[in-house]
Design a binder for this molecule. Sequence first.
Ligand SMILES: Nc1ncnc2c1ncn2[C@@H]1O[C@H](COP(=O)(O)OP(=O)(O)OP(=O)(O)O)[C@@H](O)[C@H]1O
Ligand SMILES: [Mg+2]
Length: 272
Amino acid sequence: MAHPVTTQTAQRPTPVQGLTATGVTVRFAGLTALQDVSLSVGRGEILGLIGPNGAGKTTLTNVLTGFQRHGGAVAVDGQDVTGWSPQRLAGAGVRRTFQNVRLFTGMTVAQNLEAAALGVGLSRTAARTDTAALLERFDLSGHADDDAAALPYGLERRLGVARALVGEPRYVVLDEPAAGLNETESDELLSRLRAVPEQFGCGLVVIEHDMRLIMRLCDRLHVIDHGRTLASGSPADVRANPAVIEAYLGAAAAQHPDAVPGAGVPEVTRHG
Ligand SMILES: Nc1ncnc2c1ncn2[C@@H]1O[C@H](COP(=O)(O)OP(=O)(O)OP(=O)(O)O)[C@@H](O)[C@H]1O
Ligand SMILES: [Mg+2]
């Protein structure tokens, strides 16, 4: 193998772009929830994180966004952020949604966005501007003054995603954004999410059991099972991977064939 040629010219190391987890391990008492998991998502990219129930997806989300202590390392665009608090990471542009939407109750839709914007360090004026833009982009302007707690479920999920996008995030991790949505709502969310990397210049990690959505949305997939990486690659490669099919068939998917990667999913590519 050829060695890199060294020159006399001082060269700056190329910054490693991306939100990166390296050798991440998490143990809860006797249970190893994550074992030596490494993954990375770039700006402008959509990475799907999939795996059966209890695989460790939410735990990995917690690791990436500062909510969970862990072994291994997390880096943002080359900067080691291991051990940073959720607030500090949010300020550095790493955001998330929660598996169960956590809207601020007793606030309107607009106030939810504004509070989130203030929470990541925007000024009051910037928070207002950002809120107006997000209301527009997510077709929520007509609901700006509605009580967030009284929103229909589909809109509540949509607001949850919008709220994670305040203040020009660099990376956003969405934990089951389509949970409980019907097919029409899920398709609608798909087209919104597809536009996010370009509109917001950020990278997305999307966790989902809805394979119809995930196979069409993602550039790449990372599969974990029992806390370990099972496969990673293009949606087409992953859905053809025997270990992945077996992991899903061995789990609850046996009762829910739609949960098997690729089941009933037509051959579509993200840009197709
Ligand atoms: N705080 C905790 N204490 C103890 N065990 C935990 C804790 N959080 C998660 N676990 C366990 O770690 C494993 C991974 O859980 P995790 O919630 O990350 O899975 P998941 O892939 O998100 O599952 P789901 O698809 O059901 O949301 C599970 O066995 C879970 O019971
Ligand atoms: Mg989870």
